[in-house]
Design a protein around this ligand. Structure first.
Ligand SMILES: C[S@@+](CC[C@H](N)C(=O)[O-])C[C@H]1O[C@@H](n2cnc3c(N)ncnc32)[C@H](O)[C@@H]1O
Length: 255
């Protein structure tokens, strides 16, 4: 199956087909007399290899995790009882509760911010923050747009902070709550959160950003505020740009 063929099939069919293929491989290996652990590893590896055919990274994770998870849930492999705590522990490490209230991990696509600097130009050395920087995809896209900026990230999940630091050694990344962080020193604050977080983000930006600084939000707008510009990224996600001092949307008070 070629990558272009895979992209023609509607999601989640590629995931379902990959999981079914893994199970078929697993059952065939058992039938041929392979030990269960070896059959499971081979089938899980096949799932991992198949996952590279799907374009988006989060879909790759879904495709590759489907077989091992369903195998564990099926009880086909007997594991010690404490082994069930490992995925839970991993999950809590990567997604501490507070991060879920804003947005879980969805990475910024690589080219989503490529025309940002045209509309919101910044001088060399400008300070740019990715608020909720996850694994650093937003930081990488921001670096593409502003190669001479001083890039910083703040992220609530300690595990993601460690991984983002590895992926973006040129950025200053710290663990913390973006709502508690002071945004006043930044020339541009970038967000990729949830629609529900936007009103709070714009109020914070309105209170803290100095005149001329920007708030850029991928995909989600704050209807109560007037954007200064909206970019349309290649993958179809809009980038909403608000420049301080922020302007309330006309009639916002009547909604
Ligand atoms: C949709 S992801 C975006 C990741 C990254 N900005 C990007 O665009 O690739 C949202 C991230 O915000 C983090 N997050 C959510 N609430 C947060 C908070 N209050 N403080 C810091 N990070 C937070 C989540 O853990 C997650 O990694």
């Amino acid at each position: 199956m070629s990558a272009s063929f895979a992209s023609l099939i509607r999601w989640p069919l590629p995931a379902l087909a990959a999981w079914a293929g893994c199970w078929l491989l697993y059952a065939s290996a058992l039938h041929l007399g392979a030990p269960a652990a070896l059959a499971a590893v081979v089938a899980a590896l096949a799932g991992l290899l198949t996952s590279v055919l799907t374009p988006a990274r989060w879909r790759r994770i879904v495709v590759s995790a489907g077989f091992p998870l369903s195998l564990l849930l099926s009880g086909t492999l007997s594991l010690p009882s404490w082994a069930w705590l490992l995925p839970l522990l991993l999950f809590v490490l990567v997604y501490p509760m507070r991060a879920w209230r804003d947005a879980p991990l969805f990475p910024t696509p690589p080219h989503a911010l490529q025309s940002l600097a045209r509309v919101a130009p910044l001088p060399d050395g400008a300070c740019v923050l990715d608020a909720g920087c996850g694994l650093g995809h937003g930081l990488r896209a921001l670096r593409g747009a502003y190669p001479h900026a001083a890039l910083a990230g703040i992220e609530w999940s300690g595990a993601l902070v460690a991984l983002a630091r590895l992926a973006c050694p040129w950025a200053r990344i710290r663990r913390g709550d973006m709502w508690q962080a002071d945004w006043s020193g930044y020339d541009l604050v970038y967000l990729f959160q949830r629609p529900e977080s936007m009103a709070r983000a714009l109020h914070k930006a309105s209170a803290e950003l100095r005149a001329g600084a920007w708030l850029a939000s991928l995909e989600f707008a704050a209807p109560e505020w007037q954007p200064d510009a909206v970019l349309q990224a290649d993958d179809g996600k809009p980038v909403w740009l608000y420049r301080a001092p922020l302007t309330p949307a006309p009639c916002a008070g009547f909604l």
